[in-house]
Every structure is written in C-alpha cells, then in structure tokens.
Write a protein that binds this ligand. Structure first.
Ligand code: PHE
Length: 460
C-alpha cells in the first residue's frame, strides 16, 4: 500500500466509518417509508433476504478489491484487471458524484428542520404538508442549508482519513445509536404504539409483490453503500492484518439494525397518532413534525430536534464517504493536493445538485419530466443512481469471478483470517459471487430499468 495515502488507525475506526457510510438517509428516511408502502413486515422480510443473499457477498468482495489493490475505485479495477475494467470504477465514481448531488439537497432539508425545530418556531405551524411544500420551494433556505451541509462535509473530508473521516465517525456513530435508542424507548411508551409494532413485525406474505422485491433490492444496495466503489475506497485504507469477512458482517448488521430500529421508532409514533404509514417520502418531513407538534412545545422540541439531529448525523456520515470516493480518485490518480481536491469537488457537486434542488416545483419543467413518466428531476437522478448501484454490483461480481479470479479474492480474505480457507463461508461466497449475485442482480437490474421507464403494470 502506498504509505503516504494514510490509513484507518484501527479496525474499529474502519468499521465505524464504513457503517457510517452505510447508515444514512437511506435507513432513517427511506427505509421506514418504503416499508410503510410495501406492507411493513413483508418488506422487512424481503429486505433481510437481499442483505443476506446478495449484499453481504458483494460487500466482502468490494472491500477485498480495495484492500488488495490499495487504490481508488478506478485504480483498483485497473490494477487487478485492466484499463477497460477501470472504467467500471470510473462509472462508480461518477455515480457517487450524482448521489451526493441530490443527497445533499435532502440532507439540507433535514439540517434546516433540525435548526428550525430546535431553535426556531417550525412546530408552531398548523399545516405541515403545506409547510414542507413551501419549504422545498424556498430557494434561499435550500441554498443556505444545503451549502452549509456541503461545507461541513468538506471540512471533515479535507482533514484526511484518520483525522477527518475516522474521527468524525467515532463521535457521530455512537451518538446516533444513543439518540435512536432513546427515541425508540419513548415511542414505544405511547398509546397505540403496539399497533405500529404489529404492522411492522408481523409479515403478511401475500403483500409481497414484484414491487416489494425491486424496492427491497434497491434499498438494500443503496443502504449498504454498495456497487459504486465507496467500500473499495474505504477498503483501500484498511490494514492487512484485519479480518475483512467479519468486519463486513459487523457493518451489515450495524446498518440493518439502524434501519430496523428506525422502523421501530417511526411506526409506533405514526400509529399513536392514528396517521397513515403509507405517506411515502413525506413521512419524515410531514407526518412526524405533526406528531412532534402534538407533543406540546417543550417535549416536541426535544424529541423532534433529537430526531432531526439523528437524521443529520446519519446523512453526514454518508456524505463524507460519498465525497471521499472522488477525492481518493483524484488524489491517487492525478496527485493533486487533498484540500484542493475536496473544496473543488464540493463546489462542483453542489452545482450539479442545483437542478435537483429546484425540481420540487420551483422550475416546472424539472418538476414533471415528460420522458420520465412525469416525475421530478430529483427522483429521476435518485432512480438512475439506484440502477447504477445494482448494475455496478453485478459487474463487480463478474469481475471477481471471471477476471480477477476467485482464488485471488480468497487469498486477500485469508489475510488476517486464518480459518477462512477451510470455512463454509468461503464456499458460500464462491457460490454467491460466481453465480447467484451476477444472475439475480443482472435480471433484476434489467427489470428495474424497464419498471422505471415503462412502468411495472406494462411489463407483466
Ligand atoms: N448508504 C447511504 C444511505 O443509506 C447512502 C450511500 C450510498 C452512501 C452509496 C454512500 C454510497 O443513506
């Protein structure tokens, strides 16, 4: 490994950073609303299946590639494969730039809500649906909060792997768990909370449709930050004595548990106020503030502020990793100074995010894209990124099995893990990475593309 790139100081540092990348808006904003729309427990069931069968093997493979090559996403594929495979890494880096561009807009909303609930008078509103509609269309608020969020991300990433990425995650991840647990305990004590728990935990398998499977897969990939090289990048900073397989297991469990707990917090809240869990993306920004409002001025401020602070921490640990991916690429490949790279990228990505920012109604042409079944630009970019991740994951498995070769991955995984060569897990990883993942991910990716552009009802 190239010594002056830096590295994580310890196994815990890496695990917290990778779990931080995974835990994000995906877990706390998207997972509960997707679960709410897809039958609660039925969605949870499919989601867990995707994690176990498809995501865990991809995660192990991704970290192994990064550590074996010790380079950025593009450099790693080029080094272990050839220049043409390097373009797969570049494809991932570009996907990361686009994800960050819209992700930072949503993170800005969370940041604004946190500040205005904790220190302003947002909870005095009477109609939170209308408020959110106005909020996402207020250009000055959007610019201010989303730029603020990008600046905080850039300050952290510019400090490097140990002093920036690792240090920030070591503070924010435990804080995040703490806030989450406190909120769950509170929400479980509310009247009618158990109806929410039931909806969330008792599966009705007849609720499982093709849509549930697509949503589960996309969500699992997005949530674990797979398929675009984020974990190749973080993996490239991992020391050789660490056990990749068990680290990947811990990261997967950490991420899945936050999504699971987020549901366990949100559904009792929603049911306690007799609200509908099927509100979609609005669930967190329209339904929850109403609930915080009903708690009264002081409790509402504490619980509501706590919730949006949680959302900001989750988002920040992810935006850090999203900015780190292109940063590592430019530092490794073009040998440009980290601070120059970080601030230029932050500005560039902020600008790339502007169309997403104004697509919620401010610019009508971006609010209803005719080529995209009249959906808005932010949704379009987010959906394209979802597709990129599953396609990227599929190609990555093909790369490992048929180009880099599975015995090379075995060799990398056995470093720091003496029992690996004789383990059952090794056989499981061979089978899934060589056959199950490329096949299922390939077929599902094609179906997801058709679904997005043509509509599911027109496919079957
Ligand atoms: N995993 C993050 C989330 O759940 C999003 C993310 C995707 C971060 C890809 C990095 C890379 O919110």
């Amino acid at each position: 490994m190239n010594d002056n790139r830096g590295s994580f100081s310890s196994r815990l540092g890496f695990i917290l950073a990778a779990a931080g990348s995974a835990v994000g808006l995906g877990n706390i904003w998207r997972f509960p609303y997707l679960a709410g729309q897809n039958g609660g427990a039925a969605f949870l069931f499919i989601y867990l299946l995707c994690i176990f069968l498809l995501c865990f093997p991809v995660m192990v493979g991704e970290i192994a590639i990064g550590r074996a090559a010790g380079s950025d996403a593009m450099g790693s594929y080029s080094k272990l494969g050839n220049k043409r495979w390097g373009y797969l890494g570049l494809f991932g880096i570009l996907a990361g730039i686009f994800i960050l561009s819209f992700y930072n807009v949503v993170a800005g909303w969370a940041f604004g809500y946190f500040l205005e609930i904790s220190f302003g008078d947002l909870l005095n509103e009477s109609d939170f649906g209308a408020f959110f509609g106005n909020y996402v269309n207020d250009i000055s608020d959007n610019l201010f909060f989303s730029l603020g969020f990008m600046i905080i991300t850039a300050v952290i990433v510019s400090r490097g792997i140990q002093k920036g990425v690792e240090a920030a995650n070591k503070i924010m991840m435990p804080a995040l768990y703490f806030i989450l647990l406190a909120l769950i305990i509170y929400s479980l004590t509310l009247p009618n909370a158990m109806a929410g728990v039931e909806f969330y935990l008792i599966p009705d398998l007849s609720e499982i449709t093709a849509q549930t499977i697509f949503d589960g897969l996309k969500q699992a990939f997005f949530s674990l930050s797979l398929g675009m090289g984020a974990l190749i990048t973080y993996g490239s900073y991992v020391n050789k004595n660490q056990n990749i397989v068990s680290s990947a297991a811990i990261i997967s469990v950490a991420d899945t548990s936050v999504a699971f707990f987020a549901g366990l917090m949100v559904f009792p809240l929603v049911f306690s106020q007799n609200m509908s869990p099927t509100e979609g993306p609005a669930l967190v920004f329209m339904v929850l503030p109403q609930i915080f409002h009903d708690m009264g001025p002081i409790l509402g401020r504490v619980v509501g502020g706590g919730f949006f602070l949680l959302l900001c921490f989750a988002a920040l640990t992810s935006t850090i990793s999203l900015l780190e991916v292109p940063t590592t690429y430019l530092v490794d490949q073009k040998k440009i100074k980290r601070t120059t790279v970080v601030w230029s990228l932050a500005l560039l990505i902020f600008i790339v995010g502007l169309p997403s920012m104004v697509s919620q109604g401010m610019v009508p042409a971006l609010n209803k894209l005719s080529f995209y079944r009249d959906r808005d630009f932010l949704t379009f970019i987010a959906d394209m990124c979802d597709i990129t991740l599953t396609v990227g994951g599929c190609l990555m498995c093909i790369f490992i099995a048929y180009k880099w070769k599975i015995h090379n991955m075995d060799h990398e995984l056995s470093i720091g893990n003496d029992g690996y060569m004789k383990s059952f897990l090794r056989k499981y990883l061979h089978f899934t990475i060589s056959y199950v993942c490329p096949l299922l991910l390939g077929v599902l990716s094609i179906l997801i593309i058709l679904e997005k552009f043509i509509g599911l009802e027109n496919i079957w």
